[in-house]
Design a binder for this molecule. Structure first.
Ligand code: GLU
Length: 405
């Protein structure tokens, strides 16, 4: 039965749908119709969840761990999270200083929804993950996107940060390694940003460390609360098992931060979704406390793929791809294709046109950079095996060569 729509929430109406999920859905539709699409669109590792983690989940089901958990997470998992923050990030975390959520997205949503009021501003260095500005907008606050050019490594400079802070600024959202650019902030770069933040005691910082283990070229990972402990009382350091242990579908994210903030987030979660899936929590426990060789092996695989993909993209007419320091994304400029016509006759007037033409004509799915706040670029998630990546690069290259002025 078709009925006329009734009013929706105004903040939701003003928000954009997730561009990453739109491309993921397009891929699913075309595959269902029989097309052979190589998808470089979804930001998720292609590896299977490690066997010992799978076994822990099965054992949890058999042991009857199938009921509600505490809202903030199983005590054992919170202890494992605290131990992880101590061991890997040098943060003096107690289990009481942690919160477990249904994926990293819920950590961010809880934090923003617990703190933002209409008129508040949230500084988001761009390019940024598609969901940050929309989550801010859904809370009735204003995302302030700060463009970070390729020339500055797609990174926020202390001056740009200082210029953007106003009396309405509530949060700075930092993400290193970055989705979509793969940019990695060094400890020195974070220290320079911290210098600015120390002068603004009303500003909270969300440090989204979800790609922590994917830092390449032997570079160390750094996080703000470790680099500048004076900011720890107003920093929410968040992470999750999705990217480190190939567990995107299990939906477990976690965070540490000031007690007052964690309590507010827990209160919100208690009224909205309750604790995260009990079985996934047992799986996350096995991931955090178990052997860590998977993390090293996947980093090596992604580093090798990065090298191969960046080299191939730079050999494509019309593309230019800087070398990312981490995550599993290449962020390639497609400026050289804008204004050209694809072999199938499509005018390429924007990076979205390029992404859609690549999908239709080359059967390769990528996401347009403008969805992340900077165009004309393409985000290319190289989370596929070497052979599939070679085929994808062949198809992208043929597409580029087939374009005409
Ligand atoms: N984080 C991934 C991406 O950027 C998953 C999709 C999403 O949640 O946006 O592709």
């Amino acid at each position: 039965m078709t009925t006329a729509p009734l009013p929706l929430n105004a903040h939701l109406v003003a928000a954009r749908p997730s561009a990453t999920y739109r491309m993921i859905d397009r891929v699913a539709e075309r595959r269902a119709a029989g097309a052979q699409i190589i998808s470089l669109s979804a930001g998720e590792p292609d590896f299977d969840t490690p066997t010992h983690v799978q076994e822990a989940a099965i054992a949890a089901i058999r042991a009857g761990h199938t009921r509600y958990t505490q809202v903030a997470g199983l005590r054992a998992l919170r202890e494992a999270v605290a131990a992880k923050f101590q061991r890997e990030n040098g943060l003096p975390t107690r289990w009481q200083d942690t919160l477990v959520c249904s994926g990293g997205k819920q950590v961010i949503h809880n934090a923003l929804a617990a703190t933002l009021n209409p008129g508040d501003e949230v500084i988001v260095p761009a390019p940024c993950w598609v969901s940050y500005p929309e989550m801010v907008q859904l809370c009735g606050a204003r995302p302030v996107l700060l463009p970070c050019a390729e020339a500055s490594g797609f990174k926020l400079t202390p001056q740009a940060l200082a210029d953007a802070i106003t009396p309405r600024t509530r949060w700075l959202l930092l993400n290193s390694p970055s989705n979509p650019t793969g940019a990695v902030y060094s400890a020195d770069e974070l220290r320079a940003l911290a210098e600015v933040l120390l002068g603004h005691p009303g500003v909270l910082v969300l440090s989204d460390d979800i790609y922590e283990h994917l830092v390449f070229d032997g570079a160390p990972f750094a996080t703000l609360a470790q680099v500048e402990p004076r900011l720890a009382p107003r920093t929410l350091t968040m992470n999750g098992v999705s990217k480190a242990y190939a567990m995107t579908g299990w939906r477990i994210g976690y965070a540490t931060g000031p007690q007052w903030l964690l309590e507010a987030m827990e209160k919100l979660q208690g009224q909205q979704t309750s604790g995260a899936c009990s079985i996934s929590q047992h799986a996350a426990l096995a991931a955090l406390n178990g052997p860590q060789d998977f993390v090293r092996q996947t980093r090596q695989a992604f580093e090798r793929r990065r090298d191969a993909v960046v080299e191939r993209l730079n050999a494509c007419v019309g593309l230019r791809c800087p070398r990312p320091g981490g995550a599993f994304y290449a962020f390639a400029s497609c400026e050289g294709l804008i204004g050209r016509r694809s072999a199938a006759g499509r005018r390429l007037l924007s990076d979205e046109d390029v992404a859609l033409a690549l999908l239709d004509d080359a059967q390769v799915a990528v996401v347009q950079g403008s969805a992340f706040g900077l165009g004309p670029y393409l985000r290319i998630a190289y989370a596929l095996d070497d052979a599939a990546l070679r085929r994808a690069c062949d198809a992208i290259q043929a597409f580029c060569e087939g374009t005409t002025a």
